[in-house]
Design a protein around this ligand. Structure first.
Ligand code: SAH
Length: 363
């Protein structure tokens, strides 16, 4: 059976029309799915009983099995969900003083093979369907206290969103729908390791979401070592694509920069970063590295992080520092990995590299 959450509103309306039904039925269904977040078609009380039965014969509601919900001391929660085929994904809910952010996954595992990231250790198992992307938002929303809501969605969980382009874009459309969650483009952020053709397409098609690019180094030598995708599209190619970002829009591209001790955190690196981003509508988000056990990288001390930030700010480059949430529950950036896969266990650097290059070649 088909998961009804795999469909955008336009697709459901078209489907209703083909079945001889009124399109407004699709809008009602959307409200039940995403505003009321029902678990059974029978709860859709504005829809006739025969129609509810008819829907239930054709569709599932794409519910997950909740495997874990680990609460961090800082108030964030890391969820593990089991999908219909038994695979697991993780989602992180981060309530804040002024607003709540949800970090969602777009793939089971990841093919990018970044050397410093735990999810890369899994390799890519498969893409998530549209319904599996939006269900993470449904599940997390159910846990919020009455009146609270998720304001920001960041596509920064497991996986490379632009490697699952079609489903990502349809999930963005679904989440933006007024009859559903109604997220505005300002509150949706897609983060990419740097799949250049997909970035160009994202910009060209005007996908209604912010773009974040994981830059993480200022020389091709270092970036290729950290991120195999750079061997296919180097820094110059990446920034060329980013320069196509519309100059007239108020939005900027966020460049994520994971600060790793002694690897990419020198003040010379900071100055080079300013030069590289000259002429790009950019802001920088510095992420002090979350060092997982077993990897050869360390986080610089906070003084170095501040110095690096200051070196950008003093040269007129907007730069913030991301405080990683949920570190005590392995919910922070780069720590998402399905249980049962031993860090390092299944990983062969050559293999990860090949995967990333193969992917890069086909994108
Ligand atoms: N594939 C996408 C989105 C997932 S990663 C991308 O690469 O952008 C989200 C962010 O976490 C990326 O900027 C990545 O560079 C960063 N990251 C990965 N591992 C990390 C770690 N151990 N500590 C801090 N940030 C990390």
């Amino acid at each position: 059976m088909d998961n009804i959450k795999n469909y955008t509103l336009a697709e459901l309306e078209a489907w209703m029309a083909r079945e001889g039904e009124k399109p407004f039925r699709a809008r009602q269904i959307f409200q039940w799915l995403y505003q009321r977040r029902v678990r059974h078609f029978d709860e859709m009380t504005t829809i006739s009983k025969p129609m509810r039965a008819w829907l239930a014969e054709r569709f599932t509601l794409g519910e997950f099995e909740r495997v874990r919900a680990l609460k961090s001391a800082d108030g964030s929660t890391k969820y593990a969900f089991r999908l219909a085929d038994g695979k697991e994904i993780e989602t992180v809910l981060m309530p804040g003083e002024s607003h709540t952010t949800l970090c969602v996954s777009t793939q089971v595992g990841c093919a990018m093979g970044c050397d410093f990231c735990m999810t890369a250790r899994m390799g890519l198992l498969r893409n998530l369907e549209v319904g599996e992307i939006v269900q993470q938002v449904v599940e997390a929303s159910r846990d919020l206290p009455e009146g609270a809501f998720i304001r920001n969605i960041v596509f920064m969980g497991m996986g490379e969103p632009l490697h699952n382009y079609e489903n990502l874009v349809r999930a963005v459309a679904s989440l933006s729908e007024d009859f559903g969650f109604g997220f505005s483009s300002r509150h949706l952020t897609v983060s990419t390791a740097g799949l250049v053709p997909a970035i160009r397409r994202f910009i060209r098609e005007g996908v209604r979401a912010n773009l974040a690019v994981s830059l993480n180094a200022v020389t091709d030598e270092v970036r290729s070592r950290l991120m195999p995708v750079n061997r296919r599209w180097n820094i110059a190619a990446l920034l060329d694509a980013c320069r196509e970002f519309p100059k007239d829009s108020r939005a900027r591209i966020t460049f994520e920069y994971v600060l790793i001790d002694g690897v990419n955190d020198s003040l010379a690196d900071a100055r080079q970063l300013v030069r590289l981003l000259h002429g790009v509508k950019a802001k920088v988000n510095l992420i002090p590295y979350n060092a997982p056990p077993g990897l050869p990288y360390q986080r610089p001390d906070m003084a170095r992080v501040r110095e690096f930030q200051e070196a950008l700010l003093s040269r007129g480059l907007l730069a913030t520092v991301r405080v990683s949430r949920g570190q005590d529950v392995q919910g922070a950036c780069g720590q998402l990995i399905a249980e049962g896969i031993t860090p390092g266990g299944r990983f062969a650097p050559e293999r990860a590299e090949n995967t990333a290059l193969a992917v890069a070649g086909s994108a």
